[in-house]
Design a protein around this ligand. Sequence first.
Ligand SMILES: [Zn+2]
Length: 328
Amino acid sequence: MFTVSGDFDSANPQQDGIEKITGNSFIFHAFSETAIESFKFDTKISNNSSENQSIKLEIIWSTEPFSELRDCFYWKHTADTDWTVIPASTALGRSYINFNTAPGTGILSLHPHYGYDDCERFIASLDHPALQKEIAGKSEQDRNIWLLKASTLIKPKPEKKFLISARNHANESSGSYCVEGMLQWLLSDDPLAEYALSRHEFYFIPMSNPDGVADGMARHTAREYCADLNKTLQWHKDNAPEALHDKSLNVYYQMLDRIQPTHFMNMHSYLFKFQDELYALSPDHANRLFKFMPNQIEFNKIWKTKIHDHKLLPTGYCHESAKRSWCK
Ligand SMILES: [Zn+2]
């Protein structure tokens, strides 16, 4: 009565990792390119009957650390406008889910699904005189790496250059939803957005790792010889020189050198349900953000702050480059 598919953009596992036990019971073998993290699960489920039916899933992860955090999934039927939380029980390296669904098809994910195709559709939907869209480069598998710029500058130079980037880490889809929300606000008719666009430049790299996203990776750009876009070129030279050729890695750092941002927010996401984490250069940097975005108690979220030198990260690369040469 159910069919399950791993044959789509961003799926993990793919079809060969899905075992049908009965018509409403399946075992999934999720894959991961890292030895530590297996935090990617996206599957398409179809209830082919004409009434609500329950389905039973067992997910076998390729890693054991953080098993207890894989107890919360997200479901969206094609008829739904938003994601529904589906609780799971866990054992070491396993998650177990039982849930009821209406006839038709939906996606079940560990992080709400947002694939390469979704990003392409979103960018194609944007049409605004303040927005410039550019394909800054291509990934190893020839996917688009977009750079978007929003501004209506009234002076020769911007006061600030803001850069927002998302999806260094392939599975961390919340960054993509944040980018959509930020751009929708910036291009709205809110007078504050119009004010901001007239004084500053806003750059967005909405999907820095399109191959990793499309191929269902947990973190990196590929299964082998892969780059971690949240690490500097120097880190790759020292730790993973075989990944230095990676086109997404090189396009990313070329964009940073071109943009020379004065402010850089790199969006990631976590499995922790009740806290969000901010890596900030100083308590002052963190507090400036918290004034406008305090703990969201209504969504059961509080901030945890980590004061961090960012030395091995792209944000740290920009901070050091700005001190050394960009701002001279
Ligand atoms: Zn991350």
